[in-house]
Write a protein that binds this ligand. Structure first.
Ligand SMILES: [Zn+2]
Ligand SMILES: [Zn+2]
Length: 715
């Protein structure tokens, strides 16, 4: 997915947090008993069940709020009923992916764009079981967050072969269980989905387009995800369909091998999509652009976009084995009105949403995101950790390897922007220096490892936050640290092999070993890898032992040995403090009307020692308003160690807190050449930085915008 700057992510988290209230008071269930015949209409049964609850220790007064709060319990109870119903017939559909294939036909109706309501019909033939379950995913691969796409499902109905209504219940919030005893062999489910989010995870249907991410729209049948299906789309008149399913924009019916592929193929359906094809290494690549508004200057930059993509595709295809598809689609949206951009990897397409205009900064953002998402077609869409395919869409899929999935992909997006000539060596080194700075300025680097950050992604990968968190001080980005680990691994392997091998060889070895091998399930080729498999591959390619490296820097929080490793290429990270750097206050702030609001206090920093707190609004410093002058400018007039009085608004009261300022924080990070480098150091450096034509795929077979919100500012 897209590389979102970590600070921007925290800013977004803080914004989202403010939209949620505290959870309701604690309640306990006193008693309930259930005994009713299965012939009761499901809706009546649900009503009867609700009537049988009684509660104690409830502080709320409205009865309807009881039921809302206890909906998980109610749903669990209903689940038991459904299971009992099915088990009594002895033919319960198994939750595992089993051999009982069904004939599945999905239809997407797009009748009224102004309502944002998509209508889905799922027709199931040859039904021989007494219960069929239909479920909405709670998450979509590529974004490690529980989104509960069922939230936007409405007007669910289901009929049998003769149009007769069939009874159904919801055993949980994302599943609809249909009693098919009298269906006549055919079940037809109909529902609507509200869709008005243009992101890499959700869908949007409006008068400008349908931008469809399948997990947010299409239900699956647990136990039947492997079954092939047909998708038919009825777009509004004059709208065309662009997707990885087909190169023909007029094709409206698609044969899809299974549900996983259905939701791994985003759809752009609209009247205004600009499309251009090009060829590379025997494959066809398509660039589709939808811009808001239709911008002056787009035409020139659309050409520049295509030319840049050609270079990226050429560079990454030269590095990795040829992928197993005939065509690949880049779907772009450019919209300066969005809150933030996004990017999402898919099997043979990518969905890139740029917060900005193609006619200005949007071009470089688009190319950088494309270099990242295109590399994902190898790293995670095919070469994948165990747990990431086949997917369990009903709950979190944990992996400790997102530092490899996302961080190494980030590293190779930089490498290939360099190799393709889109970036200069200086731009490449500057970006890596920026990554060094980002990790150095993250207090969480002392608490959270790269593996732990990967495992806990479900807490902070654009997840809605139901309570205040201290993530700004306790977490790190697996994109950021993973990219730095990639840098260090690459240079250490190059050094250990005297320039003969590199991390490229690790990627190719793993791809062949885990993807280009017999399929372990219905899902794609090959099998998933474990964390130890990464270590083994690095050891094999380098011919040395990387166990301590992985223990300290991947599984541990030992500071990364930048200069020890960069020295192997005659390079070093230089850290300096500019003369303009203000003394450090040790806070992250954002502007508000009356001053600046603190949304994170750095542990042990000047503000922390003085007792400043999250949510304090700094009104003035030394009687100088912070509403009209920046905090950085105000702090710049003091020297380190100065005791400075801040007027602070806290809980609608004003108070004064004096802070003794710390020395300025380093603000200049660079990677530069060491004088007097040996021939061997120069060889490693040149092999790393001049690798534009290096390492073809041998003989083997075949995320961007900083957002509307300004990044939080650190002082
Ligand atoms: Zn990614
Ligand atoms: Zn569009």
């Amino acid at each position: 997915m897209e590389l979102l700057s970590f600070s921007a992510m925290f800013r977004e988290l803080a914004r989202v947090q403010s939209n949620f209230r505290k959870p309701p008071a604690h309640c306990t269930v006193k008693e309930f008993q259930v005994s009713m015949p299965n012939c009761v209409n499901p809706r009546e049964r649900e009503s009867m069940l609700q009537d049988r609850y009684s509660f104690t220790n409830v502080s709320q007064s409205a009865p309807s709020r009881f039921l809302r709060h206890f909906s998980p319990l109610l749903l669990a109870l209903l689940s038991c009923l459904v299971l009992a119903l099915a088990a009594s017939a002895g033919q319960l559909t198994t939750p595992q992916d089993g051999p009982n294939r069904l004939e599945l036909s999905y239809t997407l109706e797009m009748e009224r764009p102004s309502t944002h309501l998509l209508q889905v019909e799922i027709s199931v033939a040859k039904v021989e079981v007494p219960v069929l379950r239909f479920a909405m995913p709670v998450w979509a691969p590529g974004r490690y967050a529980i989104y509960d796409f069922a939230k936007n499902v409405q007007e669910f109905t289901v009929v049998g072969a003769n149009g007769q209504a069939l009874p159904w219940v919801q055993p949980d919030k994302q599943t609809w269980a249909v009693n098919t005893s009298d269906c006549g062999g055919t079940v037809k489910v109909l529902y609507k989905v509200f869709a008005n989010d243009l992101t890499g995870s959700f869908s949007q249907f409006d008068t400008s387009h349908g931008a469809i991410n399948g997990a947010s729209v299409f239900m699956y049948l647990p136990g039947n995800k492997p079954d092939p299906l047909t998708l038919t789309i009825h777009p509004p008149h004059g709208w065309k369909i662009v997707s990885g399913f087909s190169m023909s924009p007029s094709q409206t019916t698609f044969q899809v091998p299974n549900y996983d592929v259905l939701i791994d193929t985003p759809l752009e359906i609209g009247p205004d999509c600009w499309v251009k094809d090009f060829e590379e290494d025997g494959k066809t690549f398509r660039v589709a652009v939808h811009s808001y508004p239709d911008q002056d200057g787009d035409a020139d930059n659309r050409s520049a976009l295509v030319e840049g993509l050609k270079k990226i595709v050429h560079s990454e295809m030269a590095m990795m084995p040829a992928p197993d598809f005939n065509h690949y689609t880049f779907l772009f949206h450019f919209d300066p009105g969005l809150p933030m951009g996004d990017g999402m990897e898919h099997l043979n397409s990518t969905d890139i949403i740029v917060h900005g205009k193609l006619s200005d900064s949007g071009l470089s953002q688009a190319l950088e995101t494309a270099a990242h998402e295109f590399f994902h077609l190898w790293n995670v869409k095919r070469l994948r950790p165990t747990g990431l395919g086949p997917f369990d869409y009903s709950r979190e899929a944990y992996t400790r390897s997102l530092w490899f999935v996302e961080g190494i992909t980030t590293y190779y997006s930089y490498v290939n922007l360099l190799r393709s000539g889109i970036w200069s060596q200086q731009e490449f080194l500057d970006r890596l220096a920026g990554e060094v700075r980002a990790l150095r300025e993250a207090p969480g680097r002392r608490l959270m490892s790269a593996e732990s950050s990967s495992f806990h992604a479900w807490f902070f990968d654009r997840s809605p936050q139901m309570q205040e968190t201290n993530f700004a001080n306790t977490t790190i980005s697996y994109y950021n640290k993973g990219a730095l680990l990639g840098t260090l691994l690459d240079l250490k392997i190059r050094s250990a092999t005297r320039g003969e091998k590199s991390l490229d060889d690790v990627m190719r070895l793993m791809y062949r070993k885990f993807y280009s091998s017999p399929a372990a399930s219905y899902y794609l080729r090959g099998r998933g890898y474990t964390e130890k498999d990464i270590l083994d591959a690095v050891n094999q390619v380098s011919g040395t032992g990387f166990t301590p490296f992985f223990q300290q820097y991947v599984a541990g929080t030992v500071p990364l040995p930048y200069n020890e490793v960069l020295a192997k290429a005659g390079l070093a990270v230089l850290v300096a403090t500019s003369s303009q750097a203000p003394p450090s206050l040790g806070v992250l702030v954002e502007p508000v009307d009356t001053g600046v609001r603190i949304f994170a206090v750095q542990p042990g920093g000047a503000a922390d020692r003085a007792g400043l707190s999250r949510d304090d609004v700094l009104i003035s410093v030394d009687d100088q308003s912070l509403a009209t002058e920046s905090l950085a400018d105000r702090l710049s007039i003091y020297t380190a160690g100065a005791k400075v009085p801040f007027e602070v608004e806290r809980h609608e009261n004003r108070l004064f807190i004096t802070v003794q300022l710390d020395p300025p924080r380093p603000d200049e990070y660079s990677i530069t050449e060491l004088p007097g480098a040996t021939d061997e150091q120069v060889k490693i450096r040149q092999g790393w930085l001049n690798a534009s034509q290096q390492g073809p795929a041998q003989s083997s077979p075949a995320e961007a915008a900083a957002g509307r919100f300004r990044n939080p500012t650190s002082f």
